[in-house]
Every structure is written in structure tokens, then in C-alpha cells.
Design a protein around this ligand. Structure first.
Ligand SMILES: Nc1ncnc2c1ncn2[C@@H]1O[C@H](COP(=O)(O)OP(=O)(O)O)[C@@H](O)[C@H]1O
Ligand SMILES: [Mg+2]
Length: 243
């Protein structure tokens, strides 16, 4: 389980996360929605220990992210895929995917690369296994990014707007991979602007507004009168559907 209680985070005078409580259990797919600037990426970065938190507590399978001696264990358990394709340009798809298992988990290289090829096959990229990032399309790079996270066999996959830099066709490509992972029982925290997709794969929707989690509801309820009764949610959904 990922457990977040009383999380606060400021940058200078700006409070970006203002008392967040959130629990993500094994097998859940939780989508985090909210306007740009509401604190979604900061939340993901805090879960991953990339930002130092000001107050509260974040645990990943019981490992406290703010304790230096727990952080490595917590990080092993949550694989992150970001919006930008941060693959190493001088390494092939397979090498990018096998890197962390070899360096961090000490998996023998041959084994790690075989696993990388298996993952690439799963996302329909067997033929591109030995290509460099520059030779791949945006959608393909993002699929490699997902494989790289999965290669660490994380308990949780954290996805931060992984399709927002992609055109519609590539977005569909990547979303279908994520839908398969969700069906296969992968636990996911999914930050997205793809509202209808979030609705189709999530067990729960958490809605962030100015650093506060103003809704945390089962998906059905979020999209029912209960969610619409929250003015910020209604406003957000009507704006997103117009765009
Ligand atoms: N490293 C940083 N330094 C200063 N301000 C930041 C930093 N990262 C994010 N912010 C601010 O925090 C707020 C929330 O940002 P972010 O978490 O990226 O929101 P979202 O992902 O929901 O769009 C924004 O106002 C942003 O400008
Ligand atoms: Mg963001």
C-alpha cells in the first residue's frame, strides 16, 4: 500500500500541497485529476522521494520515503513514468530497460536484456528492441519508458501525464498498453487529462484543487451527481470536455 497522510509541500512562500491524505492499495487503479498547477506532478515526485516534504508522512509498503535508509526500498517499489521521454540517448531500447535491473537489482546483464525483450514484445515493440531513442516515435519512446519502469518489477506504477506530449494516434497506442496493464492487475497511480480513459480504467478518482484533495471517490460516484455537486469538479469536467 501507498499511504499518504497530512502531506504538505511548499516552494518558497507557495504552498503547493496542503494536507493531502491518500491511500492506494494493491490492485487499485487511482486516477489523479485536477487543473494544471494543482500539484499533481509534485505529489508524484513526493511519493518517489524526488521532493523533500515539509510535513506529513508517505509510506510505500511500510517504507517511509522521508527516511534516507528506507528511501531506496520505497523507490524500488514504485516505478515512475514521466511526461517527458527521459531515455538515455546513447543506449538502445533494450539497454535503457535493462540498466536499472543490472545496476540496482544486480540482475545478470543477459537475463536483464532477455527480460527487456520480453517486455518490449508485450508492448508491440519487438522489432525496435535495438533501436536508439532518436530512431523511435514519441509513442514508441513512451512505451519503452513504461517497459523501463516495469523492468524493476514495481509494486506500483506512477504515471504522470504520459500521453500529454503525444498526438492522438500515439496516445491511443500508449493508453491501450496501460489498459492491458490495469486489466492484468498492475497497481497504478495515473495522473492524466484523458478523462474518459481515466473513467474506463480507474477504480477511484482523486481530484486535486490548489493543493487539496477535494474529492476521493469510487469512479462511478465521481462521475455521478455526487461528483458534480462539487463546483470545482463540475467546472473542470465541463472545461475538459469542451477542449
Ligand atoms: N521546483 C519548483 N519550484 C517552484 N515551484 C514549483 C516547482 N515545482 C512545481 N512548482 C509549482 O507548484 C505548483 C504545482 O505544480 P505541479 O505539481 O507541477 O502541478 P500540476 O502537475 O498539477 O500541473 C505550480 O504552481 C508550480 O509552478
Ligand atoms: Mg504536472
Amino acid at each position: 500500500m501507498i499511504g499518504i497522510t497530512g502531506l504538505r509541500k511548499s516552494f518558497g512562500a507557495a504552498t503547493v500541497l496542503n494536507g493531502i491524505d491518500l491511500e492506494i492499495r494493491q490492485g487499485e487503479v487511482v486516477s489523479v485529476l485536477g487543473s494544471s498547477g494543482s500539484g499533481k506532478s509534485t505529489l508524484i515526485r513526493c511519493i518517489n522521494g524526488l521532493e523533500k516534504i515539509d510535513a506529513g508522512r508517505i509510506t510505500v509498503d511500510g517504507f517511509d520515503v522521508s527516511k534516507p535508509r528506507d528511501l531506496a526500498e520505497a523507490r524500488k517499489r514504485s516505478g515512475t513514468v514521466f511526461q517527458l521521454f527521459n531515455l538515455y540517448p546513447h543506449m538502445t531500447a533494450v539497454q535503457n530497460i535493462a540498466l536499472a535491473p543490472v545496476e540496482v537489482l544486480k540482475v545478470p546483464r543477459k537475463e536483464a536484456e532477455a527480460e527487456a525483450r520480453r517486455l518490449l514484445q508485450q508492448v508491440g515493440l519487438s522489432e525496435r528492441a535495438d533501436a536508439y531513442p532518436a530512431q523511435l516515435s514519441g509513442g514508441q519512446r513512451q512505451r519503452v519508458g513504461i517497459c523501463r519502469a516495469l523492468a524493476m518489477k514495481p509494486s506500483y506504477l506512477l504515471l504522470d501525464e504520459v500521453t500529454s506530449a503525444l498526438d492522438p494516434e500515439m496516445t491511443a497506442e500508449v493508453l491501450s498498453i496501460l489498459a492491458n496493464l490495469a486489466k492484468g492487475g498492475t497497481t497504478m497511480v495515473f495522473v492524466t487529462h484523458e478523462i474518459e480513459f481515466a473513467r474506463s480504467i480507474s477504480s477511484r478518482i482523486a481530484f486535486l484543487d490548489k493543493g487539496q484533495m477535494i474529492a476521493d471517490l469510487p469512479t462511478e460516484e465521481f462521475f455521478s451527481d455526487k461528483g458534480m455537486a462539487l463546483p470545482r469538479v463540475a467546472q473542470f469536467l465541463s472545461k475538459m470536455r469542451k477542449d
